[in-house]
Write a protein that binds this ligand. Structure first.
Ligand SMILES: [Zn+2]
Length: 434
């Protein structure tokens, strides 16, 4: 996305080499993809391909029991209808970098099949991050908790772990807590003991280098957490403990146990001095209810937990106004544009322009790739797009004399490096990367 602003190119060459902190990554291990159609159609772009076709055709595209020749016409038909979305642009840029290919035909895809890079090779994988100047990544990679405790799993170079919260509070039956019990070799007999077990695990996470919590419960429930009494929560847990065959209805609209545990975990976040990342807005896949994921549902959580710092993900797409209001009003709320630059590049650019005029610029985290271990090429392409969006927003503000060039450069460095470095207490030194 290129701007008409005169200063765009000059500012872009400055932004291009800034060190970047990737605020959101899902990589647990490096993975090679064997099938070119999966390489092209998996993940986020797969959702747009599905949206442009139907479930049956989306399944055909990545069905490795079918030949490339059988799958190609189905893919091509959907691809031509969705190649201008943010996801489409991300994929097109990434295949240009990886294969030197501009347009997809059956012949080029056949050639690409022979040249799929081996992302399980650390050198091949890491190159995409060094090319993007990504110097650190906050990873919600959710390793098996037993392996975390025994130290048999460690973060990849540059990764800092986030503690994935949903599994700890979406408790529906006895088996949901058994993994945690096993990890610390304890048996839970009460709500107090379950909270003690969780605290023990979170402390272990922190000792192993975790820098924050992460909650993406918005996929499965409304995020407008109620504040139930301890008695209400205890009644559900006691029933679960007393009868391993009992399956508590996990009611997305009202679950006193999940709500109570979430508030308890936020107190632990305060005590452990760890910020909390929260998924809001758009969700991966299709056919979800974005209304339940709007950040406005978290207002009372922000009011209650004033000593917890919240990093609000995905710029609450498509509800920008609600997030701008909350960020302006609550000192403990920050904005994170992870994933947003590819969900909707134009939204990201407009949002950033408005954010400069509405909220303190110290509360904006500019980038998070939100990809998995088979997709370093998408992290690179996404980062390129994020830098373009940031440059578009800032050069427009220079153009209308809202900012001067020095100020625009300062904001870009804050959004991509200084703000997340401070917020997550990463202790990285800017000069090392410049
Ligand atoms: Zn994510």
């Amino acid at each position: 996305m290129i701007s008409k602003a005169d200063c765009f190119e000059e500012l872009k060459s400055y932004i291009d080499i800034l060190p970047v902190i990737d605020c959101h990554d899902h990589t647990l291990e490096r993975i090679k993809t064997e099938d070119i159609m999966t390489f092209l159609a998996e993940g986020y772009f797969g959702s747009d391909l599905n949206s442009a076709s139907n479930d049956r055709e989306a399944a055909i595209m990545i069905d490795t029991n079918l030949s490339l020749e059988e799958r190609w016409p189905v893919f091509e038909s959907a691809y031509t209808r969705t190649r201008y979305t943010g996801y489409g642009i991300m994929v097109r840029r990434s295949i240009n970098k990886v294969f030197g290919v501009d347009s997809l035909t059956l012949d080029t895809v056949r050639e690409m099949q022979k040249k799929i890079p081996d992302f399980s090779d650390p050198d091949v994988y890491e190159r995409f991050f060094s090319d993007a100047h990504i110097v650190a990544r906050i990873a919600d990679s959710n390793p098996p908790v037993e392996e975390l405790v025994t130290g048999t799993v460690v973060p990849l170079p540059g990764q800092k772990w986030a503690i994935s919260l949903p599994g700890y509070h979406a408790i529906r039956n006895r088996s949901d807590i058994e993994t945690f019990e096993k990890a610390l070799n304890r048996t839970v007999t009460s709500l107090d003991e379950y909270l003690g077990l969780c605290r023990g695990l979170f402390e272990e996470w922190k000792r192993k280098g975790a820098v924050c919590f992460k909650d993406q419960s918005a996929y499965k429930r409304r995020i407008d957490y109620k504040n139930p009494t301890r008695h209400e929560a205890e009644a559900v847990l006691n029933r679960i403990l007393g009868n391993p065959r009992y399956y508590a209805e996990y009611d997305p609209d009202h679950n006193p146990l999940s709500d109570y545990l979430m508030h308890s975990f936020l107190r632990m976040a305060r005590d452990l001095k760890l910020p909390v990342q929260i998924h809001t807005g758009h969700m991966a896949g299709i056919r979800n209810d974005v209304d339940k994921a709007n950040v406005k549902g978290l207002r009372s959580v922000f009011e209650i937990h004033r000593e917890v710092q919240f990093d609000i993900f995905h710029a609450n797409w498509p509800y920008s106004q609600d997030l701008l209001f909350l960020t302006k009003n609550y000192p403990n709320v920050a904005i994170d544009l992870c994933w947003t630059h590819v969900i909707d590049p134009i939204y990201s650019r407009d949002f950033l322009m408005q954010a400069v005029s509405a909220v303190p610029h110290s509360k904006i985290h500019g980038f998070g790739s939100d990809v998995e271990g088979s997709q370093p090429h998408l992290a690179w392409a996404h980062c390129e797009m994020a830098k373009e969006n940031i440059c578009c927003a800032l050069s427009e503000l220079v153009e209308i004399e809202y900012l001067n060039m020095d100020e625009a450069g300062e904001l870009a460095a804050d959004w991509l490096f200084h703000n997340p470095n401070r917020f997550y207490d990463l202790g990285l030194t800017y000069k090392e990367y410049r």
